[in-house]
Every structure is written in C-alpha cells, then in structure tokens.
Ligand binder design. Structure first.
Ligand code: GLN
Ligand code: ZN
Length: 768
C-alpha cells in the first residue's frame, strides 16, 4: 500500500468505535459519596476534585481497555451536564449572583439545589427526553447577559490527551440546549442564539487543538421540531463547523428517528452523523441512500437504554448493510445513546442468578461489545464469539424462565369485556353510596412518613436480624399507630401508610415472577439521586397476594373505609428495565393481569376502596406526537384491565403526580377511575383550567398542598384553593387530599398540615 492510501484510510477511518458517553457515578457510587461528603463539609473541594479526576480517568481507561478507538471526554459532570453548559455560557440566573462567585462548582451546586441560607430557590429540573435522567432547566430571563465561563470539557480533554488517551470531546448542541431551556418574563431564548454560538465557537476552537473529532449531541432532532428550532439549526452548524478548525464534528441524534428532520441533519455539513439504530432502525435505508459522500455514519447498534447483552449477529447484520451501502471506511460503531442510562459494571453483580446474568451487559460490557462488533466486521476475531453470543441470545428467547405459556395464553384471551366496569359511573356512584362518605371527603395519597425506625426494621428483616414474626408485629404496630393518627385527624378514607414498602415499584416487582434485581445496578436520576430499576426478564405472574395481609390488618383497626394501595401497570413498566424480546404493550398487559388478581383478592378481603397509582403514565409518553395514541391506548387499556374486574360498589381511585395533563385529559377520562387525585397545589389549581373546555366526568381530588416542601399550609389557604376548585368541579365530585404521598415528610409537619386540611374541608361542608 502506498503511503498516500494509508494516510487516506487512516484519515477517514479514524473514528471506528466509541460510546456516546459513559456513566459518571462510578461503579461503587463514588460520585454520590464524594459530593454528599463535600456538601456535609467532611471533605474539601480539592478532595472532591480528586475523586472526580479518578472517576474520569477510570472511565477513560475502561473505554481504552475495551478497545474503543476514542474515549469520550466532557461527559462527566459533578451534578448535571446541561447545568455545566449553562455555566459555560454564563447563563446564570441573576438570583445566584448576589455575591462574588466563590467557586464555579459551588455556584453550580447552588443553582441545582437552591441556597437555603439565602432563601434562593433552586432552578427547575425536568426529565431528559423520555429517559429517567433529569436535567436542570436553563432559564432565559430579561436581565441575562451571556459570557463564557469555565468549561470542563476543554480541561478534561486536555487531561485525557496528556495522559495519552485519544479523546473525543462531547458537548450538548446549542439547538437542543435552547430548545430545552425556558423563557421567563417576555424573553425569547432563541434571540440569544448568536451569543450562544460565539461561545460554542470559542470552546470548539480550543477543543480542535486537542481532538480530531468533536461530538455534538442534538437529540432534539428526534422530536417534532418547532420552526424556531429548525431555523436555529440551519444557522448553527455552518458556524460551529467554521469554528472547529481542523476537527470534525460528529452530529449525534438518539432516542428515536429523525423523520422530517433527516434533511436538516444530512445538510448540516458535519463530517459525521450518528443514528440510534436500536430505537430508530427503520430510518437506516433512507439515511444510507442519502448520506453525503463526505459524511461518515456512526451506527448506534448497542442499546444504551437497557441492560441486555447485544444480539451480535443482528447488530452485525445492520453493520453489513451499512457497509455495503457506504463502505467500511465510513462506518463507526457506537452505543445507541450515552451509556449514562445504564448501570456501570455487571462484574459487580455477585448475587444475580448466573443464567440471568449471562443475558446482560452494563456500560463496561457494552463498550466491549462495540469493540467486538468492529473486530467481527473486519474479520479480526474468530466467528466463535458470534456463535457463543447467538447461543446465549437463543437461550434467553426460549428459556423456561422467560416463557410462561399460562401467562401468554391468558394474555391472548383477554376479552374486551374485561376492560369494562360492570356499570357506568352513575350506576357505580349509586352503589358506592353505602361507603357513607361526606361531601368533600378527605383522604391522603398512600404513604406516611418513612421514619428512621421503619427503614431500620425493613433493613433488619432483610439482614435476618429480625424474625418474620418480629417484623410483622413491628409493621402491625406501625400501621395501627398510623390508623389511630388518621382517626384523630378526622380523615374520611384512611390508608395503611405503606411502611412495608421500600419503593412503590420495587415492592411489587419483588413479589412478581419475571422480575429480578441487581445489587449495584444504579443509574443516575439526577445529581446525587440514583435509582436501581427492577429488571423484567420474563413473563409476569403473581405468585400470591402481595398487599392483602397488610391492608386487611389495617382495615381491622378501623370502622372507616381503608383504601387498598397498588401500583399500576404503566408505572411498574416505566420504572423498570424491560425485556426487549416482546412489545412493551404486552409486558404492560401481563402486569395489568397480575394487578387485576390483586384487586380481586382485596375485594374478597372486604376492601371497598382501591387506589391504583399511575404516577408515571404521563412521563411514559413517546417523544413524537404521532406515537402518542398508540402508547396511550395500551397504557389506559392496561389500567382498565387492572381495575375493571372490580364490582360496582368498589371504588377505584388512581393517583397521578403531575399537573400538566391538558393534552391527555381525554385519556385520563378513558381510564374511568371513580376518583383521581392529581398534583395542582403548586400551580394554584391552574390545571383545572383544562376542565373549562373538557369536564372531567368522575370524581377528582386536586392536591391542596405541596408535599415536596416542609411548609405547613394554613386552613385559610386550603379553603381558598378548594373554593377555586369548586368553580370547576361540582361539590359532589370534589375530594380533598394532599398532592402526593407523604413518605418524605416528617410527622410534625404532616400532622399539622393534615389538621388544617381537614379543618378546611369541614368549614366548607358547614358553610353549605
Ligand atoms: N401511593 C404512593 C405514595 O403515597 C404514591 C407515590 C407517587 O405518586 N409517586 O407514596
Ligand atoms: Zn404522586
């Protein structure tokens, strides 16, 4: 080969394998420990930075050891990577600039967490697309002046290069950043675009001296773009390309398909385009056909959103197809999205059943899969690897632990009548009159404070320090106490308080077959909060009643109605890692059948009111409006399947923790719960505006106070909110309850708040 052609090949083909980002939390949750220690002043800022440096270097080493051709830099953050861009741009909300900035790290923490001493509220946080990661929402308000501040990505890229790694820096793109920001006052954030681009250009200029490829994430391209965002995109990329010198830009898209935004991406002028070929495999043909000759394709074939081992032969099939269309030199192999959404290292799992474990791959293993795929494509490794993988994948598909014929047959024979309550709402309401509830009935959402002693009892039981009878009697005493307190408060519909539950999804997952749990499979939800989602690997069945014992005991302690408390199928689905061999709709139905059986058993045990929480129904919405109906159909069908076996005289409640449901109100109606409770106190009942146009036909309890804050609401304040609610909801259909469960609050404020809430309801009843 001539020197020239070697150069040519290495020039074009130098980004062969990479991941879009690596989890930053550390395999032992080092990041959480370090930041929390820093906040508690038990370690210094320098010590925090050392911990962070160690994590970054470990991650680079992992990627290098796996054989990836680049290590990603700039994906690390002490709290949130969007917050870091906000700092980089100097888009600091003025309320945080009340004194000279001590360190930008402290500034970032104050922005994320608020400043309690100065009584400065934190910035808002919201879901990152449809992932369970939450970012700090940038605020654009009239007085905002942008100017470049410190920028971790440049520092980290330099460090990595100095340490001998081949870094590929990543930045969230300006269009995604602005699209996810919020306007305050009458600011239009898009007017800041030029300003933002100047700062990005200056950063890119520095990065171009350290790296040959720069990854710019524009996941917003996988959503329905506004006209403003489309315009901004067209303005942005010529400028970023001009600003990045000899470095090439890899434009990354993920979490879905480009659809109508494909041409925007293809004409961006970027040197590479990344596609999510797990969720968006159907776009492959249209892209390869149109891909400009000077653009490479980064093929996201390893799922960054799940924990399953990659089916190498299926991934290889995609890669062969791409290679045939555009040539090997123009293919890079990658994770579908950042591995931020995966747990770190499967090797840390010592208790997982070996067969189940063999079906999984966490972030470290996924890096290895990316490298192996490249070697397989190039014929550099033996086909044996492929055969072994195929065996494992086939084994999973047919394993008796995955397939349960009884469940599948039951699912296949679901009749439409099973999704329908016996009577309509009016008829049910009549049957439920025997509950003898007053006007404006008062209740709570389910959990009561999870005190230290409650958590300790659960832990001791798990460790074997408490025997089953000891544990049960502790829980019964706790429940009795919670019931007494509610009776003293004068609440109308009581709950058992959920002391036996660690988490509303895990509690059910642990009792259902088809679920398993990792020991260390943590994923960052936001900042220092991580979650360890249950893993759904097989067909789901209920082995035995899951809640009846506790609810029945609680009911035996009072003559007031005790509300049975269940988590709904959609919420269990959304907050788990879900098997990828059957549709999510099918998994959801299976869970619904299990919950349906629990409803029947609660009824048999004499429980007259049953609440099925669907906290996650709205957040499960797909990214594209066009996909919403399909999801909402199976989601609401599943709720109906879970609840509709109940007799007319059984009152079905549901709780949802969000207030912006104007767009999905008709779907909530379709759930046909007798009573729903929703969040609304923070918006001052604003959400009820939705009912001006569309009346909610059943009963509804718009939360009258915000349980996310320790503040005790006054009786007057609650009366005012209820009076407002009565303008929208007839008094015989209005309930009185807090916003959400009380498990994170302490007893003092809980009792005071509920006392005021009950007093407000009584006042309004009496002034009838
Ligand atoms: N019943 C649950 C509780 O009260 C509901 C929690 C939630 O909506 N997130 O804790
Ligand atoms: Zn809630």
């Amino acid at each position: 080969m001539s020197v020239h052609s070697v150069n040519f090949v290495s020039y074009v083909n130098n980004l062969k394998t990479h991941c879009l980002g690596f989890p930053r939390i550390g395999s032992q949750r080092e990041l959480k420990k370090a930041t929390e220690s820093y906040w508690k002043h038990t370690i210094s800022l320098d010590e925090l930075l050392v911990a962070a440096e160690n994590l970054k270097q470990q991650n680079w080493q992992t990627q290098k050891d796996a054989g990836l051709s680049r290590v990603t830099t700039g994906d690390f953050s002490l709290y949130d990577h969007i917050l870091d861009i906000t700092i980089m741009l100097g888009a600091i909300p003025p309320r945080f600039l009340w004194h000279n900035v001590d360190s930008e790290i402290d500034l970032a923490f104050r922005m994320a967490r608020g400043d309690v001493e100065q009584n400065i509220p934190a910035m808002q946080m919201t879901k990152w697309f449809d992932a369970n990661y939450h970012y700090i929402v940038p605020e654009f308000s009239p007085r905002l002046a942008l100017s470049r501040r410190s920028c971790g990505v440049v520092r980290d890229t330099r460090t990595a290069a100095n340490l001998g790694f081949s870094p590929k820096p990543v930045l969230t793109g300006p269009v995604t950043y602005l699209a996810l920001s919020k306007n305050y006052g009458n600011t239009n954030r898009w007017e800041y675009l030029d300003n933002v681009l100047e700062i990005y250009q200056s950063v890119l200029r520095e990065l171009s001296e350290l790296a040959d490829w720069i990854q710019i994430d524009e996941p917003i391209l996988c959503t329905d773009l506004t006209a403003e965002a489309q315009d901004a995109f067209q303005k942005t990329y010529p400028k970023l390309i001009a600003g990045s010198g000899t470095a090439k830009i890899l434009l990354t898209t993920y979490f879905g398909t480009l659809e109508g935004n494909l041409d925007l991406a293809l004409s961006s002028g970027c040197a590479g385009l990344h596609l999510d070929l797990v969720r968006g495999n159907n776009q492959l043909d249209s892209v390869t056909k149109k891909l400009p000759a000077d653009m490479i394709l980064s093929a996201g074939v390893v799922d960054g959103r799940n924990i399953w081992r990659t089916d190498l032969s299926s991934a290889l099939g995609k890669l062969w197809k791409i290679q045939a269309e555009i040539g090997r030199e123009r293919v890079a192999i990658a994770s579908s999205c950042s591995l931020l959404h995966c747990p770190v290292d499967l090797d840390n799992e010592t208790k997982l059943d070996p067969e189940l474990k063999s079906w999984m791959a966490f972030a470290v293993q996924k890096c290895g899969e990316i490298a192996v795929l490249s070697d397989l494509l190039d014929g550099k490794v033996s086909e044996k690897i492929l055969e072994e993988n195929t065996q494992i994948i086939q084994g999973r598909k047919t394993s008796p632990r995955v397939v349960d014929d009884v469940v599948q047959e039951r699912c296949a024979s679901i009749e439409p009548a099973m999704l329908q309550r016996k009577g309509g709402f009016a008829e049910r309401k009549k049957s439920q009159q025997s509950l003898n509830l007053p006007f404006l009935p008062t209740t709570t959402i389910g959990s009561f404070p999870q005190t230290h002693s409650i958590r300790k009892a659960r832990r001791s039981f798990r460790n074997g320090e408490l025997t089953q009878p000891e544990y049960e009697s502790f829980m019964q005493n706790t429940i009795t106490d919670i019931v007494r307190k509610q009776e003293e408060l004068g609440l109308d519909v009581l709950v058992h308080g959920e002391p036996e539950r660690n988490d509303m999804v895990e509690y059910f997952g642990e009792q259902l077959s088809g679920f398993c749990f990792s020991e260390n499979g943590w994923v960052q939800s936001y900042g220092n909060r991580y979650v360890k989602p249950p893993i759904i690997f097989g067909d789901i069945t209920r082995k035995q009643p899951m809640t009846v014992q506790w609810i029945q005991f609680a009911q035996s302690q009072t003559v007031k109605p005790m509300k049975g408390m269940l988590t709904g199928p959609v919420t269990i689905l959304c907050w788990s890692f879900v098997r990828d061999d059957i549709s999510r709709a099918e998994v959801c139905r299976q869970i619904a059948l299990a919950i349906r059986d629990e409803v029947a058993d609660l009824e048999k045990a004499g429980i007259r009111i049953i609440q099925i929480d669907e906290a996650a129904l709205r957040e499960g919405l797909p990214l594209r409006k066009g996909d919403a109906d399909e999801y909402l159909t199976y989601a609401t069908d599943s709720f109906r399947l879970a609840s509709s076996g109940a007799d007319n005289q059984t009152q079905i409640h549901s709780h949802m923790c969000y207030s912006e449901f104007n767009t999905i109100i008709r779907w909530i109606v379709r759930m046909d719960a007798d009573v729903i409770s929703i969040e609304s106190s923070r918006s001052g009942m604003q959400l009820l505006e939705a009912f001006r146009e569309f009346e909610y036909p059943n009963e509804i309890g718009p939360g009258v106070y915000d349980i996310h804050s320790p503040r005790v609401p006054s009786t007057d304040e609650i009366i005012r909110l209820l009076a407002k609610a009565l303008q929208y909801i007839p008094k015989n259909r209005l309930w009185v309850n807090p916003d959400c469960g009380l498990k994170t609050r302490d007893w003092t404020e809980t009792l005071e708040s509920l006392k005021n809430m009950v007093a407000a309801a009584k006042y309004l009843r009496e002034s009838e």
